[in-house]
Design a protein around this ligand. Structure first.
Ligand code: ZN
Length: 65
């Protein structure tokens, strides 16, 4: 999992991570990580983009007989 090293606003490391959520697009799958900084109350996101095909193949393989 991706972890931020520090808050991009104040450099603090007192971070609260909210639940990740995903957005499935036609060709990509986005996982959005969201943090709140407990030092300066700013929030920030990091988005991971995966090709949807690889995620699809992995889930598909387990169902092939
Ligand atoms: Zn901060």
């Amino acid at each position: 999992m991706a972890e931020p090293i520090m808050c991009p606003y104040c450099g603090g490391t007192n971070l609260f991570q909210e639940d990740d959520y995903g957005i499935e697009l036609d060709y990509e799958y986005w996982t959005i990580h969201h943090w709140d900084c407990l030092d300066c109350s700013e929030s920030f996101d990091k988005i991971e983009v995966l090709p949807a095909s690889s995620a699809f193949e992995e889930s598909h393989e387990s169902t092939i007989h």
